[in-house]
Ligand binder design. Sequence first.
Ligand SMILES: NC(=O)c1ccc[n+]([C@@H]2O[C@H](COP(=O)([O-])OP(=O)(O)OC[C@H]3O[C@@H](n4cnc5c(N)ncnc54)[C@H](OP(=O)(O)O)[C@@H]3O)[C@@H](O)[C@H]2O)c1
Length: 419
Amino acid sequence: MRLSLVGVNHQTAPVAIREKVAISTERLGEALSRLRAYMPHGVILSTCNRTEIYTIDNGSVDDGNASLDFLTARLNGPDDKLRRHVYVSTGAAAVEHLFRVASGLESMIVGEFEVLGQVKQALAAAEKAGMVNLPLRQAFHSAIRAGRHVREATGISKNALSVSSVAVDLAAGVVGDLKKCKMLVIGAGEAGRLVAKVARDRGTSRIVIASRTKDRAQALAATFNGIPTDLSNLAGELGRANIVVACAGAPHRILGVRQVEAAMKERPGLPLVIIDIALPRNVAPEVGQIANVFLYNIDALTEISNSNRKQREGAIQQAEGIIMSEVDKFAAWWRDFEVKPVLGALMSKAEEIRAAQLNKTLKKLPPLSDEQRQCLEAMTRSIVTRLLQDPIQYIKTNGNGNHSEMLKEIFQLDTEARG
Ligand SMILES: NC(=O)c1ccc[n+]([C@@H]2O[C@H](COP(=O)([O-])OP(=O)(O)OC[C@H]3O[C@@H](n4cnc5c(N)ncnc54)[C@H](OP(=O)(O)O)[C@@H]3O)[C@@H](O)[C@H]2O)c1
């Protein structure tokens, strides 16, 4: 049994591939049900930077391919198109990767806080779908603990940026002073909230928040002195905005060429900057070809993300040390988890044999005093304990699934029967 990981992220796949395998929060439950047809236990972590499937497998080649088949089915295209972008890892490497993800080391914006919440949500969704067994739960709890520890003990998240704040910075870099700008934010989830907050903090003159559900747009607008609107009213707002930040969790495009072309006719000579950080993208890529429209998707944030990473190099090294010690702790737990049932079965079997043999012997002997019986009990127990002491200690310290299997075979142990 081992932890297995199959995934794509911003380092291995462009946005056009990532968006095809991305799974929105709304569709996560449905996707987990589909994953169950491939693997009984799994967690899907799908964020703007990655889609990763963590499963517990039995170490067979078929197990390794199951998550890959699930991901390929989502791509709805030829296998090789995805395989070039996919990473696969198992055992300690998969555990380390999960811990790095939760710590923000694998994020486009190193040290961001959001990913820790997304890891927790991924686990909660899988728990709800009944897809989490004990080792998977423990792996995720340990990753979350590692993520917290890293943030507390290092400067990795000091003055942390987020994809949303970097998107606003990118827009400001293109248009200049935000105090003279009107911004339209499409999406009122966590990403929209962060965009609106940063836009307000930077003094953006007018912030309009559009969401599918009116109440949600209203609530966010009220928090950040914005103006709520709904998605059916985008045309008018597009005519007024200098910047659009698109971050709705929709599985389809929200802004198309015709809509943006029509809006641009209403504002001759006025440029429009669109930053689309949604995955799948909210804005059709062809919109970038319209005159005076400057369209950036999430991959355009790479330059800012690289300089953020450079500034945090010292903290990254410290974080890696913490992660390795957390991985070691988890490995010790896993070892214990794997060998405990078989060691229990071994001790039970030894005790059964000892007790049976002692009974046989007692029947053949003349009646003994209580003290004599206790002496024999203690002596036989001590033989069994001393005989098993070294092998048990060895297995506890160095053992793994293979040792367990070997012990089961040699001593004919039945771990199932013990429950
Ligand atoms: N969370 C982050 O830190 C972060 C960072 C960068 C990029 N992103 C990307 O930003 C997007 C939003 O993520 P999120 O974390 O903010 O939360 P989310 O729950 O995925 O998105 C919530 C927003 O998306 C809207 N939405 C959901 N399904 C929709 C649909 N079918 N049609 C139209 N609108 C729909 C919701 O509308 P209602 O008003 O109906 O609720 C709400 O405004 C995702 O693509 C994500 O990958 C997120």
